[in-house]
Design a binder for this molecule. Sequence first.
Ligand SMILES: *Cc1c(COP(=O)(O)O)cnc(C)c1O
Length: 462
Amino acid sequence: MTPEEFRRFGHEAIDWVADYLRDVRDLPVLPDVTPGDIAKQLPSAGPAQGEPMNAILRDFRELIVPGLTQWNHPRFHAYFSVSSSGPGILGELLCAAVNVNGMLWKSAPAATELEQVALDWLRQWIGLPEEFFGIIYDTASMSSFHAIAAARELADPDVREKGMTLPLVLYTSEQSHSSIEKAALALGIGRNNVRRIPADAKFRMRVDLLRREIEVDRAAGRKPFCVVATVGTTSTSSIDPVPEIARIAEEHGLWLHVDASYAGSAAIVPEFQWILDGAEHADSLVLNPHKWLFTPIDLSAFYTRRPEILRRAFSLVPEYLKTADGGRAINYMDYGIQLGRRFRALKLWFVMRSFGRDGIAAILRAHVRWAQELASIIENHPDFEVAAPVPLSLVCFRYRGTDDQNRRLLDAINASGVTFLSHTVLNGRFTLRLAIGHFAVTWEDVMTSWRAVQDAAVTIAK
Ligand SMILES: *Cc1c(COP(=O)(O)O)cnc(C)c1O
């Protein structure tokens, strides 16, 4: 591709993105496809000779986009609503252009330093103390994996040379994300040594039971080493009592990791900063700008007060990567599994500068207000009920009927193409979830989605 061709097709691609961001509301949120539909329209082998860019871009528009679930649609309310804003998209584009590999300070000085600066800005915005060190991983799953690996290193320092020598036990709530158990599985802790502490009526970890389980394990000669609290659980966005969990962690010498993947961004809003109360005592915390901070997937911000332990767990420097800057510079490769690292900080920096702290706070504040207004509309509707408290921007609700009716309701809503909701099971009952979080979502969008729910309810009531 010549520079002139790049310019031409680059402009064409950017024009497509601008139109897409403007018109995405007109697309169905979920595509009408069945498994294999897309693949069968594509050649079964790659081309021997290069093809013209025109044809490639056309196939992207005509074959690929219609087969996508539109995650960047303002009425994507399933799971957690994520979004990729204009500034974030531009940061991602430029990241691909310079293509630096941030394994060492030496290999990417500005990328390493911008990662420190952008994460330090974010740290201040969410009110974490200065001693927290930041690093970007791809996803919250990887962030929590690194947290638990550091916790294991601290509790069982022989692990580096001999493998696990102690019967370590990890604690988390029954509402925590599956990534916690997955990390325990990958790190050799074993699922039998993960205690899933029951939650209270508001889906928060029960600290009395946490304390009891730790004491039982101690008495049996096992070694409690880590507790994972969740701020904004996946099912209901409930907030574990972190200050009390922090006290127990301190008493028993456990590593406290706070999973604030979705909800952590809300701490940027002054009146929601309380959600991270107690996190100042945590050993580590994760929050995902690729969730509720308008940054393209993937970008997970990980903070730890004990970077030296994380480093001890992972540092292994082959001769060819030794540099003279060792003492003064941060080499991010020492703080995790990956050697090669993308320049993810760029897109976060673009987003933070372009929206500004107040701009972000105003949008997140509106999301929470709309979720609460929707909850009160649902509460006052004779055919529906709210199924969990709404501390942030996720509404869990049910049609007053059977599980089967709720399941059919969800299918009917999602088949409409107007909106996309997901579900969870609360107290054994099938429950619908509507999450608000796109940078461009409006109250009208929320009402359009709610109308789609009511319209679908008419069809399943029969
Ligand atoms: C989304 C989410 C995760 C997983 O995030 P990934 O970045 O997809 O790994 C973990 N924990 C919580 C609480 C989440 O909301």
